[in-house]
Design a protein around this ligand. Structure first.
Ligand SMILES: [Zn+2]
Length: 335
């Protein structure tokens, strides 16, 4: 039986799908009048059966009618298969069979958002948060720490041991943010290719999936936008760009220190970090530099910026270059 909607309950998307199904049905009926005739016959008998009490049918007559309907349905299916018409030709083609594109499903707790809607929402939220699309699926559950080398050098921890610790700390950070806002932040250092962006994306996705507002930036891209905003015809306003970053409940800054700071970028970063520090708004930062090098690269306010960062962040490190392994794995997956 097709699902019957009350007209006021259908969304525009559902309405479109229902109309499309009606058009498809009418087309088949006009191409195959015998299908339409049989369909009509079944409907008429079903209508009579539904109103059996009203029509004063006794049990015997009812059973007879039920038998006739059953036979007609068998005939109908046979006819459809002869004509190569799919059995569900009258049904709307829903994208989500669970909610029939309504976006919500009726449960014992009332209407709740369907999982398809949550996924749609989440991809929009990820986009708004600034998370690179490449990392949309990064999660602690999919992290493959076996990609990190296990060999230890000079008695130091192996990259894999370091990665295990870093991912654990990152997970603890996410959990603490979910429990209570305004906790300690996180600084992740490690060379290019050691999986810092992936780790940051795991944090972002975990928080976003739980409804936390996150803002993800690469600092050099952010500076680029700020510089663009100086142009008279810029669609961005410097004030809005900076305010957005200063006030984000959780700020994730990827790749800090890639370029030597100018006086302008140094004072801008200090302003942002100091604003967030004062309001106990956490930030997660990644860098390819050592802490000393980072202080130097952050320009004339570098020492002060680092002081704030170290005071408000837990520090963890990644080692090793796993890019080649990831690329090889992706190639394998794509055939
Ligand atoms: Zn759905």
């Amino acid at each position: 039986m097709p699902f019957i909607f009350k007209p006021e309950m259908t969304s525009p998307k559902q309405q479109k799908k229902l109309e499309e199904a009606t058009r498809r049905r009418d087309e088949i009926f006009s191409q195959h009048p015998e299908v339409a005739k049989l369909d009509q016959e079944i409907k008429k008998k079903e209508f009579t059966l539904r109103g059996a009490n009203f029509h004063g049918l006794n049990k015997e007559e009812r059973n007879k009618l039920q038998g006739e309907i059953k036979d007609l349905k068998v005939k109908f299916q046979k006819l459809l298969s002869e004509k190569g018409i799919p059995e569900d030709f009258k049904e709307p083609r829903w994208d989500c069979s669970r909610c029939q594109d309504r976006g919500e499903v009726l449960t014992s707790r009332g209407f709740i958002r369907c999982s398809c809607n949550q996924e749609r929402d989440l991809s929009l939220i990820r986009k708004q948060a600034g998370l690179p699309p490449r990392y949309a699926k990064s999660s602690f559950a999919t992290a493959n720490l076996d990609l990190y080398p296990t060999r230890e050098a000079n008695g130091k921890e192996s990259p894999k041991v370091k990665a295990k610790k870093a991912f654990k700390i990152a997970q603890e950070f996410s959990h603490s943010q979910l429990k209570e806002a305004n906790q300690q932040g996180l600084l992740v250092d490690g060379p290019v290719g050691s999986g810092k962006t992936f780790l940051l994306s795991c944090i972002a996705n975990e928080l976003l999936a739980h409804g936390k507002a996150v803002r993800y930036i690469s600092y050099s891209d952010f500076l680029f936008l700020v510089r663009l905003s100086f142009a008279p015809d810029s669609p961005y306003s410097e004030y809005q760009l900076i305010r957005d970053i200063e006030q984000a409940p959780i700020l994730i800054v990827d790749d800090l220190g890639t370029e030597q700071a100018t006086d302008f970028s140094s004072s801008l970063l200090y302003r942002i970090i100091d604003h967030r520090y004062g309001r106990q708004l956490p930030f997660v930062i990644s860098t390819s530099c050592s802490l000393n090098e980072l202080a130097r690269r952050l320009g004339y306010l570098g020492e002060k910026i680092m002081q704030r960062i170290i005071e408000s962040c837990r520090i963890c490190s990644l080692k090793g270059d796993i890019r080649q392994k990831i690329i090889a794995k992706e190639r394998g997956k794509n055939g």
